[in-house]
Design a protein around this ligand. Structure first.
Ligand SMILES: [Zn+2]
Length: 661
């Protein structure tokens, strides 16, 4: 305890010396303090800990040469690097997911495997701290000469894994490896004033984690240095899609106002900028990010919370260019949306960021992981004619371990605390225990969310304490599916949320999208929070030509789709007039219990002679979008036509077989 107090004082002193004050309105409670107990996330976390991680480990060390590259460096026998230059990052990201899983699912065999990997990684580090198997097995003299080779990106994932593994196990070996590498990078880059920037952002946010773990401000300065390196266009690149905009290098970060380029890179950049701004109080980053965030959410986001339009560049397109069949929506990009929006909410205390986070988490991200836990999507389209098949792995395998680390640490996004309040952002059955001021708080949350909007909390305090309880009112429960005008509910009837404490209705104020109850809380107080959960239609803004004359269906935070497996494999001829009434019904998709929506719609078929179209009434079933493509290849649509004139009869895809990454 004494040591912790000393560290806190030291941390405070460092912040005072460098004029840094936390700019956060509140901070999220770490997942390690939150035991998830519900029927939605807990089975998913269990499955990732067992099945998904086993798949990642098999692919990383058996089926592909990723681990073997590290072994080759240690053998020093002049063997060649195999695979792609950024493959080291997949090892680190799998290790990070293993570290999170070990926190909630102690497993000596898994920990032994992680230690084995860490020994191999440490053995591949050069005496000067450099660590990258592509250059160490190749031409070491060419290291740090090509920003596209992802050296900083791989270093960032190494740092994140090292911090995660240290936090779970207390073992320092990987952390010390990461520190030596970070010191090498700092000397080579910032101290030497090298003209350099990270070709794929990631190291910025990782260095902030390293700073928070070590209290060494060298890493914070290096993170800030990396942010300041953008916009100088130090490197032009031969490939035609790699423009300065592609890697957010056209303008200095502090001058940016529009989202550009590669979607995952952009998300990691702004997450890192938010992390730095939270500590340094740099308002310029905050001003920029609010503008860029609006550009994403108001003009460039899919209704799934996914981002990025198809194509080699995996990038944002022009405003409102959101094709459904060719949506790129990389799983990693949705994970990045979760990360960035979490930071934006911490900085502003505004719930609109959690509205986007929730949409990306429950829809765009979760769709990337099969219900079986061992198949993955890289791109997540909003319509398919059956060419999209989940895969065991990818040549570029960033997505599997990314969704694994997100699911295993989903407890990070639920509770928050500030000096004067406790915040509930997501509704997930769980037991949380954390320090709040001078007292300990235990919160037990019970709910069947996302299928039901009733949430019950038991609050257990060591002593009576006055504070504000901030309960997020989801935007979708307030008539707004997303902030801005890109998507709107059609004829949405709102009814207010209700809150009871110890069985009695209470009045609450509303602040920044949260219902706020300020009182002196005591042991065993019970809060019942009811969020009305209706089935609603969503329409897109008229600028989105792909969604014209179409509706999407949402219930609670869950976006729905029509899949062939539930609809006689006839998806593309369905018409859903806006009068269609959907009724919730419990259903199982494989072993996944979901609420499906059933309704009577229309289908269009050619007459026997082929000269006319026959409209027929037809029962249809909509399922949660995240659960699609788990019963073989299937046709699927999210946006459904409301009139026969909008039925699409031809289908084109840029992908021959669901994206060959
Ligand atoms: Zn990815």
């Amino acid at each position: 305890m004494k040591q912790i107090v000393c560290l806190s004082v030291a941390f405070l002193l460092i912040n005072v010396i460098y004029g840094q004050r936390s700019q956060q309105k509140f901070e999220f409670v770490n997942f390690s303090k939150v035991a998830i107990t519900d029927n939605f996330w807990k089975p998913k976390i269990d499955k990732v800990a067992s099945v998904t991680l086993a798949a990642c480990i098999y692919q990383t060390e058996v089926a592909t040469p990723r681990i073997r590259n590290f072994e080759k460096v240690a053998r020093k026998q002049g063997e060649k690097h195999e695979g792609i230059y950024y493959d080291d990052s997949d090892v680190y990201k799998a290790l990070e997911a293993m570290a999170y899983a070990l926190k909630t699912h102690p497993d000596s065999a898994l920990e032994k495997k992680a230690d084995e990997w860490i020994d191999k990684i440490a053995a591949a580090q050069l005496p000067d701290g450099y660590l990258n198997t592509y250059y160490t097995l190749g031409d070491i003299n060419k290291r740090w000469t090509d920003v596209e080779k992802h050296e900083d990106y791989c270093a960032g994932h190494l740092i994140e894994a090292a911090v995660a593994y240290y936090n779970t196990t207390g073992k320092r070996k990987l952390l010390d490896v990461a520190i030596r590498f970070a010191d090498h990078i700092d000397s080579t880059m910032r101290v030497a004033n090298k003209k350099w920037f990270s070709g794929h952002e990631e190291i910025e946010l990782a260095l902030v984690k390293l700073y928070k773990t070590t209290n060494n401000d060298r890493y914070l300065k290096l993170a800030d240095w990396y942010l300041a390196q953008r916009g100088h266009q130090y490197y032009s690149y031969g490939k035609n899609w790699i423009t300065p905009e592609y890697w957010q290098d056209a303008l200095a970060v502090k001058k940016q106002s529009e989202i550009t380029g590669h979607a995952v890179r952009a998300m990691y950049l702004y997450t890192g900028a938010a992390d730095v701004a939270a500590i340094t109080g740099d308002k310029d980053y905050m001003n920029v990010m609010e503008k860029v965030w609006e550009d994403v959410v108001y003009r460039n986001m899919y209704i799934t919370g996914g981002i990025g339009t198809g194509g080699t560049a995996e990038a944002f397109s022009v405003d409102y260019d959101l094709p459904n069949e060719n949506a790129y929506c990389e799983t990693c990009a949705s994970v990045g949306m979760v990360l960035w929006n979490q930071r934006m909410c911490e900085l502003t205390g505004e719930s609109k960021f959690i509205d986007v986070l929730e949409r990306s988490l429950y829809n765009g991200s979760l769709a990337g992981l099969s219900l079986s836990g061992d198949r993955f999507f890289y791109d997540n389209p909003l319509a398919s004619n059956g060419q999209h098949k989940r895969r065991e792995w990818f040549g570029t395998a960033c997505c599997p371990s990314n969704i694994a680390r997100l699911v295993t640490s989903v407890g990070n996004y639920i509770y928050g605390k500030s000096e004067d309040g406790i915040w509930v952002n997501l509704f997930v059955g769980s037991n949380a225990g954390f320090q709040f001021g001078k007292t300990n708080v235990k919160v037990n949350m019970q709910t069947d969310y996302p299928w039901n909007g009733n949430v019950k909390f038991n609050i257990d305090l060591a002593k009576r304490t006055k504070f504000k309880l901030n309960l997020r009112i989801p935007g979708w429960a307030n008539g707004e599916p997303v902030p801005g005008d890109l998507y709107k509910f059609l004829n949405y009837k709102t009814s207010p949320v209700t809150i009871k404490i110890n069985g009695k209705d209470v009045r609450y104020s509303i602040s920044n999208g949260y219902a706020v109850i300020e009182r002196e809380w005591k042991k065993d107080d019970v809060v019942e929070y009811a969020i009305p959960m209706n089935t609603s239609y969503i329409v897109a803004g008229s600028q989105v030509k792909y969604d014209a004359g179409r509706i999407a269906i949402q219930r609670g935070p869950i976006l729905y789709c029509i899949e062939g497996a539930d609809n006689n494999n006839e998806v593309w001829n369905i018409i859903t007039p806006t009068s269609t009434v959907f009724t919730p019904e419990n259903k199982s998709i494989l072993t996944e219990p979901v609420v499906a929506l059933k309704g009577e719609a229309l289908s269009a078929k050619p007459s026997g002679d082929g000269n006319s179209v026959i409209m027929e009434k037809r029962n249809i079933t909509a399922i949660p979008y995240y659960a699609w493509a788990n019963r073989g290849v299937n046709d699927m649509q999210v946006w459904l036509p409301v009139k026969i004139t909008d039925v699409k009869i031809s289908y084109q895809s840029i992908y021959k077989d669901g994206g060959n990454y």
